[in-house]
Design a protein around this ligand. Structure first.
Ligand code: CO
Length: 144
């Protein structure tokens, strides 16, 4: 039996920036943030990532990696950077994908491993009130 779809907590807000190191420094300087990850390069996703951890959720700073990066176009339109996507946790990505498709929401990719090491999908912003939504399977507490 497929469990009912249940929206989990906000895991992170994705913010596209031209330079993740400079952006992380801004969070250190302005907010005295100290719980900040190392820089992560994800060539298969075309991004460099740094996570700024807060008491509830993360800011996911993403910088394009390579000419084919999916966020190059976003940064052309928003040269300073800007809010790029919003990510919610779900228990099971395959159930979530089936549920979204049954409701007529376009799912942009087959489930794949995301920056947190769990399966993710993206939902079309035109079906979601203008917001690019990422759904991710809840990570194990060690990797949260
Ligand atoms: Co994300």
């Amino acid at each position: 039996m497929i469990e009912n779809f249940k929206l989990g907590p906000i895991n992170h807000v994705g913010v596209a920036v031209p330079d993740v190191l400079a952006a992380a420094d801004m969070y250190r300087r302005v907010f005295n943030a100290t719980d900040i990850s190392d820089l992560l390069e994800l060539p298969e996703q075309g991004v460099k990532v740094i996570f700024v951890n807060t008491p509830a959720g993360q800011v996911e700073l993403i910088e394009p990696l390579g000419a084919k990066s999916p966020i190059n176009k976003f940064l052309e339109k928003n040269p300073l950077g800007g809010q790029h996507h919003l990510c919610f946790e779900v228990a099971n990505i395959h159930n979530a994908k089936a549920e979204m498709e049954a409701k007529g929401v376009r799912v942009l990719n087959e489930p794949r491993i995301g920056a947190h090491g769990t399966l993710i999908i993206f939902l079309h912003p035109k079906d979601m009130g203008g917001v690019l939504i990422e759904l991710m399977e809840t990570p194990e507490p060690d990797h949260a």
